[in-house]
Write a protein that binds this ligand. Structure first.
Ligand code: EPU
Length: 489
């Protein structure tokens, strides 16, 4: 088993590119079960979770192959098997997302319950309620969900005490696109990953409107055709890399960080005293930076914008919104569509975090998008251990998602928990030791802490990290971190 060893104390500097979004690509891959013909996906990150879902899809009759340029080709070859068994589903909750598409395309399916998770109970009741609301007959037998009946369409409401459900919205949406009638999903998740799934499905011929809002309207169609599509960059990886720059007091430019996807995060960081520049980097004529995928992008090949050539512009908030916002300086005005989230694209958004003198503690509460993401809560706590004063970090999506707190405390962090809130007292000098990663984002938080801890920090159980970050330690090493992967005896 591998572990990550870090020697802390080096400010990071340079530029780094984020990979395609894990949480966007997993449901998009499941959605390929709906499609007739070939799908080509660009920007697919190379991750354990991606390999896992591809294994599951293969068992369900899908063929997949990687092109030399990093694109992934997918095609359903046979549709006989509609059973996603526990052995393949238990490793990853996103596997449960094959339920909707299998049912819609093959008429029936059996999918194992995904099981527990280290950060508490994660039910799938809303997935099942939503599917029943559009015609599914559901039986629960021996740990499996059996689904059958026609996809009729209907009106469903997916809200809960914790907001909407991301993968639940994906499941209902994927079934509804091949439904006989019209479906309305109220309190649908608005996360950029759901927007990406909608855009992909629409590119295949689906009829979804209200994309990006809490009300999705879906007009069922008879079939979906293959298409070529590029996945959005990973906003959680982008946020993690920005915090890595900040925690070390360095200057890091994160290519593929979309300010529109990171508004809540940039807001909190800015209130804590961080300063940013942001803008767009454009490709050479004829070159399509995104085609190779964000992950495959070599930052050295992306032209640096000379400072004197930088024009003041409006904040790059993405396709839909533009407003002066957040950045201390906007370096470049957007002239074409951002990379990620569709076809083509020849410019990259970037956010550059500048060295800050002193960070102040700030409070944050996680919330559904566009609120502060729960998937950056652990990393934010790590950052706040280095800020001056007290920070209250409240978890509103998964009130138990705090296992990293005990491990951060082993590095010397002063953190108390009161119910769903972690109370962080900083700045605290951290001192390296061996720590255990309990889940994906906890691994990232421990690595961030290791970057500033004195001496050597060893993070064990890094298979969690490999599930969802593409080559994080290599990216950090390129930015100057003293970090290596060590094979454990
Ligand atoms: N919930 C229910 N019933 C359901 C489904 C969810 O009560 O049927 C509750 C959950 O317990 C939670 C809240 O609703 O309190 C939100 O859960 P959601 O369903 O939105 O989570 P998810 O779709 O299972 C995705 C991401 C998670 C991310 C959450 C929240 C993927 C593959 N996973 O999970 O990502 O934390 O949304 O944004 O997209 C990660 O990447 O590390 C990760 C855990």
């Amino acid at each position: 088993m591998d572990k990550i060893r870090i020697r802390g104390g080096r400010p990071l500097s340079g530029r780094v590119a984020v990979s395609g979004s894990k949480n966007a690509v997993l449901p998009i891959l499941a959605a390929c079960l709906l499609v007739e013909g070939e799908v080509i996906l660009d920007g697919v990150p190379i991750l354990e979770d991606v390999h896992n879902i591809l294994r599951l899809l293969e068992s369900l009759g899908m063929d997949s192959s990687w092109d030399k340029d990093g694109s992934l080709r997918l095609r359903v070859l046979e549709e006989e098997n509609s059973f996603a068994h526990y052995g393949l589903v238990r490793t990853m909750r996103a596997s449960f997302c094959v339920l909707g598409p299998l049912w819609a395309k093959r008429g029936r399916a059996v999918v194992s319950y995904p099981g527990g998770c280290v950060f508490g109970h994660r039910p799938v009741d809303l997935h099942l309620k939503g599917l029943e609301g559009i015609g599914a007959r559901i039986e629960r037998k021996k740990g499996d969900v059996h689904i059958s009946g026609p996809v009729l369409g209907g009106q469903v409401y997916l809200g809960s005490n914790f907001g909407s459900t991301v993968l639940g919205t994906a499941n209902v949406l994927m079934a509804a696109v091949l439904g006989r009638g019209e479906t309305t999903i109220d309190y649908a998740a608005q996360e950029p990953e759901i927007v990406d799934l909608c855009r992909f499905l629409n590119a295949c011929g689906a009829k979804i409107s209200g994309v990006g809002t809490h009300r999705l309207q879906i007009q069922g169609v008879a079939r979906l055709e293959g298409c070529r599509y590029r996945v959005i960059p990973d906003r959680i990886e982008a946020g993690t890399l920005l915090m890595a720059g900040l925690i070390t007091g360095g200057e890091v430019e994160v290519l593929g960080a979309r300010p529109d996807h990171l508004a809540a995060v940039l807001d909190r960081l800015r209130v804590a005293g961080a300063r940013f520049e942001m803008g767009w980097v454009e490709a050479e004529e004829g070159e399509d930076l995104g085609r190779r995928g964000m992950g495959g992008l070599d930052p050295a090949r992306v032209p640096v914008i000379p400072r004197q050539a930088q024009r003041p512009g409006r904040a790059p908030l993405g396709r839909d919104r533009e407003a002066p916002f957040l950045a201390d300086r906007i370096l470049y005005e957007r002239t074409s569509e951002p990379s990620g989230g569709g076809e083509g694209g020849d410019c990259f958004p970037f956010v550059r975090v500048l060295p800050s003198d002193q960070l102040q503690g700030v409070d944050v509460a996680t919330n559904p998008y566009p609120g502060f993401p729960t998937d950056l809560q652990a990393q934010f706590i790590a950052l706040m251990t280095q800020a001056h004063g007290v920070s209250l970090v409240t978890e509103k999506i998964y009130p138990e998602r705090f296992i990293h707190v005990a491990e951060l405390a082993r590095l010397g962090a002063r953190i108390r928990r009161e119910g769903p809130t972690a109370i962080v007292q900083g700045p605290e000098r951290l001192s390296g030791t061996t720590v255990m990663a309990s889940d994906l984002r906890a691994s990232a938080a421990l690595i961030l802490a290791g970057l500033v801890a004195e001496g050597s920090t060893e993070v064990r159980r890094v298979y969690h990290l490999d599930r969802g970050y593409e080559a994080l330690e290599k990216k950090l090493r390129k930015l100057g971190a003293e970090i290596e992967r060590v094979r454990e005896q």
